[in-house]
Design a protein around this ligand. Structure first.
Ligand SMILES: Cc1cc2nc3c(=O)[nH]c(=O)nc-3n(C[C@H](O)[C@H](O)[C@H](O)COP(=O)(O)OP(=O)(O)OC[C@H]3O[C@@H](n4cnc5c(N)ncnc54)[C@H](O)[C@@H]3O)c2cc1C
Length: 426
């Protein structure tokens, strides 16, 4: 532990925390990836702020009573104190350096802040490969590279795991007989990559990516200089921007029929969308659901004619054309509501259903490389068979790249191919 961080027990809480003019406390646990991600930032900031603000750590599992009293339910939780009172944000989960700094700064006077910030020194780290994104594609690329003794740093703006970490159950990843919580699969992938030597920079801010010079600057202080870059930043569902969408995403609203349709055996679902993917996914959902209501904004579907003809043959489908969703509601487990508006009349009604599937497209996470790499006609990164993009030494793997099917297995395959190609050429 850094010399300016003090580990204390609940018995010292009054003296070391409440009786201090200002202090920051990290309630941590062992075997806790977000705590590990925080530890490096906490240590680095203790070197900068520690002379003015005491940095304290309390082992949450060993001091349960105190944690409960303070309503701390997860690790890590960081609290900021001024004259014995909790102030500022209660930080939990994938804690960013900038959030820590923002709260630490509020405990300082303006002149202390200027002196403290002057101590922050930017630095450069050299590596062979930097991977952007720690979903299945990035983690697999990291695993293979590390096993080939290629020095690899993996950078993620969130905690590693990608979509898998938020997926309730994964039943189609080979090697597991029973469905596995997505969180566990992503945990195994991350730990395996780490155990093989991949260095992580998790829950960081990516300030700049220079693809030509192969540098990535994070958290405003560290510039990672690499020989090759692997882009594994995935994609995200195109948002509808409706009330309830964020709240119930992954918890009543799904964006993946292959993943979730099986949970709707003999249930009713609403599908939003009318393009190829919406209709193709409806065929898959129809194998399970007893009734599907498709809500589509236009007076006809955009899907190809073959798909549309096939759709007409499905008996358990009701179609609401020229309707748009306006709000999502949740009443309980598998008890959802979609408020839809008939566009011609402006009349609204609520469709009660067991689950909602939204297929209005995905967007690749390519904002950091906009305009610098060749894209396919849907805006995904083009690559050759070895996963190399239009720029030499820059690879793209997983959902962010052009491909027909986006699944965990296809993402890990891309990661494997890129890593083998890189390790042969580095
Ligand atoms: C709800 C849902 C459920 C699914 N269920 C299944 C399933 O059961 N089985 C299956 O096979 N597939 C499933 N899929 C598809 C599967 O999850 C994806 O195909 C797979 O996760 C793609 O992996 P990836 O590594 O390319 O991207 P992701 O998993 O999306 O990971 C991308 C990572 O990049 C990080 N990132 C983003 N931008 C940046 C940046 N600028 N810099 C650094 N890091 C960045 C993100 O934080 C994230 O960790 C599901 C998808 C969804 C949406």
């Amino acid at each position: 532990m850094a010399k300016l961080i003090k580990e204390i027990q609940a018995a010292d809480y009054r003296k070391e925390v409440l009786n201090q003019p200002r202090v920051v406390v990290d309630f941590y646990s062992t075997e806790c990836p977000p705590c590990e991600a925080l530890a490096a930032k906490y240590e680095a900031l203790s070197e900068i702020y520690g002379k003015d603000i005491p940095f304290v750590k309390i082992f949450r599992q060993g001091n349960r009573e105190l944690a409960t009293e303070l309503d701390i339910t997860g690790s890590p939780t960081v609290l900021f104190y001024e004259n014995g009172k909790i102030v500022g944000d209660k930080l939990t989960g994938g804690i960013k350096r900038s959030d820590l700094m923002k709260n630490l700064d509020t405990l300082l006077t303006e002149s202390e802040k200027t002196i403290t910030h002057a101590k922050i020194k930017a630095y450069e780290t050299e590596t062979d490969v930097v991977i952007l994104g720690g979903g299945p594609a990035g983690l697999t690329a990291g695993l293979y590279l590390a096993q080939a003794h290629v020095k690899t740093i993996l950078v993620d703006t969130a905690l590693p795991g990608g979509y898998v970490a938020t997926t309730h159950l994964v039943s189609n990843y080979p090697g597991f007989i029973e469905p596995l919580p997505g969180m566990m699969l992503s945990h195994y992938m991350s730990e395996q990559a780490k155990a093989n030597g991949v260095e992580f920079r998790a829950a960081v801010e990516v300030n700049n990516v220079d693809l030509k010079n192969k540098t990535v600057t994070i958290d405003g202080v560290e510039t990672i200089k690499a020989k090759k870059i692997v882009i594994a930043t995935g994609s995200r569902p195109r948002p509808l921007g409706l009330p309830g969408e964020k709240e119930y995403g992954g918890n009543g609203i799904s964006y993946c029929a292959t993943c979730d349709a099986k949970y709707f055996q003999d249930k009713e679902v609403v599908v939003i969308g009318g393009g190829n993917s919406a209709i193709e996914e409806t065929f898959f959902i129809a194998k399970f659901a007893k009734k599907i209501t498709i809500v589509h904004q236009f007076d006809h579907f955009q899907a190809n004619m073959v798909a549309q003809e096939k759709l007409k043959k499905l008996e358990n489908v009701e179609i609401l054309l020229e309707h748009e969703p306006r709000e999502f509601k949740k009443y309980g487990t598998m008890d959802m509501g979609v408020v839809v508006e008939e566009l011609k009349s402006g009349k609204r009604k609520e469709v009660r259903t067991n689950g909602i599937f939204v297929f209005v497209g995905f967007l690749p996470n390519i904002e950091a490389f906009n305009g610098k790499l060749a894209l396919d006609k849907w805006g995904y990164l083009n690559t050759n068979d070895e996963m190399e993009t239009s720029l030499e030494g820059v690879y793209a793997v997983g959902d962010v790249k052009t491909k027909a099917y986006r699944q965990i297995t296809t993402a890990v395959a891309d990661g494997t191919i890129a890593a083998i190609a890189i390790s042969k050429n580095i």
